[in-house]
Design a protein around this ligand. Structure first.
Ligand SMILES: [Mg+2]
Ligand SMILES: [Zn+2]
Length: 220
């Protein structure tokens, strides 16, 4: 009961903001609310969601540095929706351009915090540096888990690449593949790189991913 009442306040904010800003019928928002309430009654609550940057929240398959990077029109809603339910929202991104001197950790952090993320977990290294923090490693998940005292089995990773899915699998989070960015390639020519892993859900985009996460009956 404490879990239900602890989200009760947030949900009262969630319903109007969700239904108005997405221009969906209020009945639709009510369905999401009811499903979420059922899940929380069962004792499950999502503690944090890790979201990839390039091709997941905006941009495309290329690297677009802070200043020129544009969010997809639905991304802020997805982030807001999670935050209104007290779910921590982290960015998790590989940015090898930092190591090559093309941008800085500070520029990425500033951008991602402005987008609404609680914190940005960034690997600044190139593949050749063979660091331990680059996705598909789970090292930065573990760091977040220690910093925020979160249970990674109650978290999700949303991304467009095989390395996002592998990172989620290595950390024990739910894995949601989005079909924006490199989503098609991940299911096509790169499927062999994560052949042993099934995504928990294949989403049209990050907002679809978040709505599925909040309404899914599969989460245990
Ligand atoms: Mg990506
Ligand atoms: Zn690294």
């Amino acid at each position: 009961m404490s879990i239900v009442s602890s989200v009760g306040h947030s949900l009262s904010v969630f319903i109007p903001s969700f239904s108005i800003s997405l221009l969906l019928p209020s009945a639709c928002a009510s369905v999401v609310y009811c499903l979420y309430r059922e899940v929380t009654k069962l004792g499950y609550i999502i503690e944090a969601v890790f979201i990839d940057r390039d091709g997941t929240i905006g941009g495309d398959c290329s690297i677009i540095y802070p200043g020129k990077f544009k969010l997809y029109p639905f991304t802020k809603q997805a982030i807001k929706l999670l935050k209104s339910l007290n779910v921590k929202v982290f960015a998790f991104t590989n940015q090898p351009g930092i190591s090559r001197g093309e941008s800085t950790v500070n520029e990425f952090e500033k951008e991602l915090l402005e987008f609404g993320f609680e914190k940005a977990y960034i690997c600044p290294h190139t593949h050749e540096e063979q660091c331990s923090c680059r996705k598909s490693s789970s090292e930065l998940f573990v760091k977040a888990s220690n910093e925020y005292d979160i249970d990674l089995t109650k978290c999700a990773m949303i991304g467009d690449r095989w390395s996002d899915m592998l990172a989620g699998a290595n950390a024990g989070t739910k894995k949601i593949l989005v079909m924006t960015g490199a989503g098609n390639e991940s299911l096509g020519k790169y499927r062999n790189k994560w052949a042993d892993i099934e995504p928990d859900y294949i989403a049209k985009n990050v907002l679809d991913a978040v709505l599925w996460l909040l309404s899914s009956r599969k989460i245990t």
